[in-house]
Design a protein around this ligand. Structure first.
Ligand code: EPU
Length: 430
């Protein structure tokens, strides 16, 4: 396993390009299961989670071809089995996204239950209840969701919580159902709109994506298409926070600033000069220390939970006290104890942390616990005094393309090295 060794200090300055969005790519790749013709997906980021999705599709017999210029072709006409095994699902919860398309297209699916994960229990009950409302028979046996149906039937599906992948799974399933499906309290995330655009290019009839009511009129079949996934708004926000926390000036290109209005407003409140065009955005601190900002996560268009950890770091070095409240996941503060090891003054009270800014963090060995927590530790390392080793970086490789190269492009001193940490008697890195 590798680690990231970071020498902190200098402000980050420069230009970096945003990759395609991980959380748009994963459902779009799964939607290839709805058709018997090739789906060409452009702007695909090179990430572990995308590789896992490709392996999962290939395991089912889908022919996956990785072409030049971030294009992946998936052709499900060769599918041989509708099974998503535990070994793949356990490494990536988003594997549940194959359930809806498999059921809608093939009338059967066996998908391992993803189980809990570091940031919370994350059940999939809303996905399952929605498919049942569309006529699927679902049993959970031996850790697997075993689902069958003749043809799914359109239905009105009120969802009691806003769920991103739940909305995506049901929207995909509904494209091949008999009749009209109405998803109520649907997620409004840009990645849901991106998936809807891909499905529409495949011939689906969908209206209301991006609002809390999505209406899908099912079709007998869909066809092959070409789709370009939207830019990664969370990656974009992560680089901008890195720029602001380091008192530097960072411009992100090939992105869509309109997807992160709320994040940009917080950066402006922190004292950054924010400028933007259609496909670029820049934050410039003009060398100033950021001011603390209060943040409360909620589903889109609220403040994204996937940016919460990064703002904890910004507040850790800001002038003042910032309150950060997490409302989407029950256990998403694991970065806090690692940041405290770097000198951050943070007190957790239930779902809120109170961050009292200090002038500078101090480098330390830290452990990544989940994807966004890992990103926050990288930012912390880049602005700290001294050396920070970030271990267990497989989390970061799941969702950030070449993070060390992109941070180095901004002047960060960061290297990937083999982890030679001491091992326990059982041979496991500690
Ligand atoms: N929930 C339920 N039942 C369900 C589904 C969700 O109780 O059937 C709960 C969850 O436990 C959670 C809340 O609803 O408390 C919201 O979860 P959601 O289903 O929206 O999350 P998700 O679809 O599993 C996606 C992203 C996450 C992102 C969240 C919230 C993908 C592949 N993942 O997860 O991304 O944090 O939405 O925006 O789209 C990341 O990229 O680091 C990441 C974790």
């Amino acid at each position: 396993m590798d680690l990231l060794r970071i020498e902190g200090g200098p402000p980050l300055n420069g230009v970096v390009r945003a990759s395609g969005a991980k959380n748009a790519t994963l459902p779009v790749m799964a939607s290839a299961l709805l058709i018997d013709e090739p789906l060409f997906v452009e702007n695909v980021p090179h990430l572990e989670d995308v590789t896992t999705t490709n392996v999962l599709l290939a395991h089912m017999g889908v022919s996956v071809t990785i072409g030049d210029y971030m294009v992946v072709e998936a052709d499900a006409s060769t599918i041989t089995q509708c099974v998503a095994p535990y070994d793949l699902v356990k490494t990536m919860r988003a594997s549940i996204l194959v359930l809806g398309p498999l059921l809608a297209r093939h009338g059967e699916a066996e998908v391992s239950l993803p189980g809990g994960c570091a940031i919370g229990a994350r059940p999939v009950d809303i996905h399952l209840r929605g498919l049942e409302a569309m006529g699927a028979e679902i049993r959970v046996e031996g850790g697997y969701v075993k689902a069958r149906c003749a043809r799914l039937q359109g239905a009105r599906i009120p969802m009691d919580m806003v769920t991103v992948t739940g909305t995506e799974n049901l929207m995909m399933a509904a494209t091949l159902a008999d009749g009209v499906t109405v998803l109520e309290n649907a997620a409004r995330e840009p990645e849901v709109i991106d998936l809807a655009n891909c499905l529409i290019a495949m011939g689906a009839e969908i209206s209301g994506a991006g609002t809390s009511t999505i209406t899908i009129r099912g079709k007998k079949q869909l066809h092959g298409a070409r789709h370009r996934v939207c830019p990664d708004r969370i990656e974009t926000g992560t680089f901008l926070v890195a720029g602001a926390a380091s008192r530097g000036c960072v411009k992100v290109t090939h992105t869509d600033p309109s997807l992160i209005d709320v994040v940009l407003a917080k950066l402006a409140a922190a004292g950054a000069e924010v400028t933007q065009g259609n496909d670029w955005v820049q934050v410039d601190m003009h060398g100033r220390r950021p001011r603390s900002v209060d943040v409360r996560t909620s589903p889109y268009p609220g403040f994204p939970t996937d940016m919460q950890a990064q703002f904890c770091v910004l507040n850790a070095v800001a002038d003042g006290v910032g309150m950060v409240t997490e409302t989407v996941f029950e256990n998403r503060f694991m970065h806090v104890s690692e940041l405290e090891r770097m000198g951050a003054k943070i007190r957790q009270e239930g779902h809120t942390v109170r961050v009292t800014g200090i002038e500078q963090l101090t480098g330390a060995p830290v452990m990544a616990t989940d994807l966004r927590a890992s990103a926050s530790l990288v930012i912390a390392g880049l602005i700290a005094d001294g050396t920070t080793d970030v271990r267990r970086i497989y989390h970061i490789d799941r969702g950030y393309e070449c993070i060390e190269e992109k941070m180095a492009q901004l002047g960060g001193i960061i290297r990937r090295l083999p982890d030679r940490a001491p091992v326990t008697a059982r041979g496991v890195s500690v």
